[in-house]
Design a protein around this ligand. Sequence first.
Ligand SMILES: [Zn+2]
Length: 179
Amino acid sequence: MSRSCCSAHRCSSISCPGCAWRYSRHIAREILAYEPRHLFAMTIERSAPGPGDFGQWRKAIHNAASYQRRRYRRWRGVGIWGWHTGADIRGLVALDPIGATEFTLAFRRHGEVHLRLIRDEDVRVEVYRAVQSIPATWADHRSGRYQSLKIAIVPMTTAKSSTPTIPAQVIEPLPMILF
Ligand SMILES: [Zn+2]
């Protein structure tokens, strides 16, 4: 982590493991507040790699999700949280009540979708993995700014609680970056 990162002053840099771990706690709480069921780790690989604009890609995915929500009520419970890591988008999806196949088909025009079922207690680690996949070379000019690299399509249900308990064992696998 950065030399300037300490408890009194967080650097908030994308390349700082400590700050990424703190950020992942914040996001995990946000996701778990929706009490999601059928959580998956998600990767969307761009089908045609190139210097494409993430902003346009993100907009296309937003539009595809909005379209599904207008057509099918069940899509309103779907949530997508992802980060642009260069060639792909990595993150998590909450699919209840739709299936993985339905999700994959809905986004097939926007890339190759890979899903892996995870448990609630894995959410923070999966968020951490996703944001740590953002190239470190992007960190300098994007310090503290995940927003330009993030896609978030939240479920159209009310978040139940702003502070669900993150199980203690989630913290254990990465003790070296806790302080
Ligand atoms: Zn830091």
